[in-house]
Design a protein around this ligand. Structure first.
Ligand code: 5GP
Length: 304
């Protein structure tokens, strides 16, 4: 069932303070929330102001929050590069949510993987983070394990953390065999270090959305196919994948980190600062254990 007892829950993807909101009809009636908070929707009767309360809050009184459409629209207006869609009924899906899982989504215009930073003129209102419909989820005995993507700039020890996790329990964690177009080295075997394919085939596979991520390095393509992820999950293992953008210099790295944070920050389950490898590893391990055992909130689209 998508949500327990027919209740609807959303995760807030932005901070909201009704006292700072000039548009709200009555500030006292507003509900303040922080990015990441889970809210229960009590009414969507009004197109502009929904009624909601914090999940688990015993107080039955609901407060006003801006509707998804209204919030998207005014955020888009504040950023003139985002094309504004008129607020009309035909434009709205039943609950106003796009049920798409962003990780596997490729940008239709450029066919680039989402890890690549999009240029500002490519945003539409669906890229303005407002709310995401979520549902409680707890992994059951026979459920597949998840793909967990580790993202970070080069030099923060992402590979080291992944390697430590992998060797901590090789029965439980697995990694994919990536594809590459570069020539096989003498000590390598096809299907072990990489799956070696031609540039032409790689480009065709990209067109056919076969890759969950890919990149170019020294005139060759490298990428992770969706099938390679599926084969790790089919072995009843957690699939570990690390994605590191290549930056030319430190300034570029800082810039891309800021874009990641501001445009995609709401998509990350956990942010870990690796000042001390042992501390960071323990934090990562605890996060993984919790994902497998605790009830947590996941996008409803994951359960379809
Ligand atoms: P090498 O050719 O020395 O095996 O790898 C060179 C570089 O290719 C790696 O340092 C890494 O940056 C990149 N690379 C390897 N595997 C992948 C992959 O699966 N996806 C992407 N995007 N890059 C990869």
């Amino acid at each position: 069932t998508p949500s327990k007892e027919g209740k609807m829950f959303i995760k807030a993807l932005f901070d909201y303070d009704p006292n700072e909101d000039k548009a709200i009809p009555c500030k006292e009636a507003g509900l303040s929330f922080k990015k990441g908070d889970i809210l229960q929707i009590m009414s969507q009767d009004d197109a502009t102001w929904w009624q909601a309360k914090h999940e688990g809050d015993a107080n039955p009184r609901a407060g006003l929050i801006p509707s998804k459409h209204f919030q998207e629209r005014r955020l888009a207006l504040r950023r003139p590069e985002i094309p504004v869609q008129p607020l009309k009924a035909s434009n709205r899906k039943s609950s106003g949510f796009r049920r798409s899982f962003r990780l596997s989504r490729k940008d239709k215009k450029t066919n680039k993987s989402m890890y690549e930073c999009k240029k500002s003129d490519q945003y539409d209102t669906a890229d303005v983070p407002t709310y995401e419909e979520v549902t409680p989820y707890q992994r059951q005995m026979n459920d597949k394990y998840r793909l967990v993507v580790l993202v970070g700039p080069v030099g923060v020890g992402l590979n080291e953390l992944k390697r430590k996790l992998l060797i901590s329990d090789t029965q439980h964690y697995g990694v994919t065999v990536p594809h590459t177009t570069r020539a096989k080295r003498s000590q390598e075997s096809d299907g072990v270090e990489y799956i070696f394919i031609s540039k032409h085939l790689f480009e065709t596979d990209v067109q056919n959305n076969k890759f969950i991520e890919y990149g170019e390095y020294k005139n060759n393509y490298y990428g992770t196919s969706i099938d390679s992820v599926r084969s790790v999950l089919a072995k009843n293992k957690v699939c570990l994948l690390d994605v590191q953008p290549h930056e030319e210099d430190f300034q570029e790295m800082i810039k891309s980190a800021q874009i990641m944070e501001s445009q995609y920050g709401h998509l990350f389950d956990k942010v870990i600062v690796n000042d001390d490898l042992t501390v960071a590893f323990n934090e990562l391990k605890t996060t993984f254990d919790k994902l497998e055992t605790d009830t947590h909130w996941v996008p409803v689209s994951w359960l379809h």
